[in-house]
Ligand binder design. Structure first.
Ligand code: SF4
Ligand code: SF4
Length: 304
């Protein structure tokens, strides 16, 4: 068994980076077998962070804390919340994928749709890879998105939500804040996919370098931008936020388009994630510069 002390941030980051660099699963499954991903951001959050309880109150009682999901699936370990760490990662979309989707006006570019299916298959393989390696060294771990009882739940406040939100785990792990369109704006932008694993290991949590959950969005910072509103082909984004049901219906319609046009079973959209100032970085200058200095940005002024 590898001691908990030996399972360091660097060890986990290397494990993830090596898998991205060497796994045959990292492919868009196109003619040239382009890799789906070439970079990653990794953050850590404590299972005892009070934010998990806040999510229960904000998202709904059905949203698991790390302790709940871990103990459901690893009952023999009986870990306390303090003994758990959430490992969260962000896989930023590659330039060629973002560039292709920037040209899209209604339905996704082929590259984007491939990432939605095959890139996410890699993300699932990455979750299994991380849990398998931690278990190999004697540390129980589970990927909440891959457990059999992960489910989507109807929600009065959000139209629908789920038992575990990867974006909220990433927010907790210091990786980004939410934008007007609901996407998570990270240091590598909003065009990305996220993954996480809950493990019985002790890793120092990543400080959350923001004091507000919308600190990286220009609209909430100073009332400007709103570019994601214009990018959405079905007007699912307004100044009031993101209409998840309209978005879901458009995603469902995209299935037929992807099959007919690109000849594979897939879907996607993500038009609001590209061709916008938050596509590949943090657009709020003060917040970006504060992150570079390792400081908290000033809280945004209240909107008029
Ligand atoms: S496009 Fe502009 S308004 Fe929309 S999430 Fe990004 S920064 Fe915020
Ligand atoms: S909100 Fe949904 S439908 Fe609109 S651009 Fe974004 S992903 Fe597409």
């Amino acid at each position: 068994m590898k001691n908990s002390a030996d399972i360091s941030r660097a060890w986990i980051e290397d494990l993830i980076r090596d898998f991205i660099a060497t796994s045959p699963d990292n492919t868009m499954k196109n003619k040239t077998e382009e890799p789906a991903w070439d970079d990653v951001l990794v953050g850590f959050a404590s299972g005892a962070d009070s934010i998990w309880q806040q999510y229960k109150e904000y998202i709904g009682a059905f949203h698991w804390t790390p302790w709940e999901v871990f103990n459901q699936h690893c009952p023999q370990e009986s870990a306390s919340a303090e003994e758990l760490t959430v490992i969260s990662w962000v896989l930023p979309q590659r330039e060629l994928v973002r560039k292709a989707n920037r040209r899209a006006k209604k339905y996704p570019a082929e590259e984007w749709a491939r990432i939605r299916i095959y890139g996410e298959e890699f993300n699932a393989a990455l979750r299994r890879h991380v849990t398998k390696h931690l278990k190999h060294f004697g540390h129980a771990a589970i990927a909440p998105m891959l457990v059999s009882n992960w489910t989507i739940v109807k929600s009065g406040r959000f139209s629908y939500a789920s038992s575990w939100s990867e974006r909220h785990a990433a927010y907790a792990a210091g990786l980004g804040t939410f934008g007007l369109c609901d996407g998570l704006i990270t240091a590598k932008g909003k065009a990305m996919r996220v993954g996480s694993v809950v493990a019985k290991i002790s890793i120092e949590p990543t400080p959350r370098p923001y004091s507000d959950h919308r600190a990286y969005c220009l609209f909430f910072d100073n009332g400007t931008c709103g570019k994601c509103i214009d990018r959405c082909p079905v007007r699912a984004i307004t100044e009031a936020g993101h209409d998840k049901e309209m978005c879901r219906q458009h995603l469902a319609r995209s299935r037929e388009y992807v099959k007919k046009t690109y000849k594979f079973e897939g879907y996607g959209c993500g038009l609001c994630q590209v061709g916008v100032p938050c596509e590949a970085g943090i657009p709020v200058k003060a917040a970006r510069e504060a992150l570079e200095r390792g400081e908290l940005p000033p809280p945004p002024p209240p909107l008029a």
